[in-house]
Design a protein around this ligand. Structure first.
Ligand SMILES: CC(C)(COP(=O)(O)OP(=O)(O)OC[C@H]1O[C@@H](n2cnc3c(N)ncnc32)[C@H](O)[C@@H]1OP(=O)(O)O)[C@@H](O)C(=O)NCCC(=O)NCCS
Length: 132
């Protein structure tokens, strides 16, 4: 396995959440803004583990909400680096709905987020993976 592939594999990140009432909207399903916050969190962790550098979010691109997620559901978020540039990384984030009592996973939301590696002045710096 190449160094790049190993980093992609090692940086894959999964977070599990329970959808509480304060995470929902007026129809008692997961609020879109909450989903975006959770996606940013798992994307940030994935990019940080990949780069082992300070990263910031620069873009959240086309988020698709395919399936409503009711209050009380278990939600699984998965992040994976799918592309890198000189200073940036694109992380694909998928959200799956898991039935709390029955189990089983249904794909519900996906999106791509871009993170940039920055120095102490918050200016872009090359990813360390390019120096190996
Ligand atoms: C992230 C930031 C440092 C980038 O600065 P910049 O002047 O746009 O930097 P550059 O133009 O040199 O671009 C740097 C990289 O980001 C990428 N990038 C910039 N804007 C982008 C966008 N809207 N979408 C996707 N990628 C983008 C560039 O393609 C480049 O990638 P590469 O080096 O891999 O080729 C700056 O935009 C910033 O500070 N943004 C605010 C970040 C923030 O506060 N996030 C929320 C909290 S974490």
């Amino acid at each position: 396995m190449s160094n790049f592939d190993a980093r992609v594999s090692d940086s894959k990140t999964q977070i599990t959440k329970l959808v509480f009432p304060h995470d929902t909207n007026h129809i008692h399903t997961l609020y879109g803004g909450t989903a975006l916050k959770w996606m940013d969190e798992v994307g940030f962790l994935t990019a940080t583990r990949f780069a082992r550098q300070t990263v910031v979010t620069v873009s959240m691109d086309r988020i698709d909400f395919k399936v409503p997620i009711p209050e009380g559901s278990v939600v699984v978020l998965e992040g994976k680096v799918i592309r890198i540039g000189r200073t940036s990384m694109t992380v694909r984030v998928d959200i799956y709905k898991e039935d709390r009592l029955e189990g089983g996973k249904e794909w519900a939301i996906s999106g791509e987020l871009v993170f940039v590696s920055v120095d102490e002045q918050l200016k872009p710096v090359p990813l360390s993976v390019h120096q190996q």
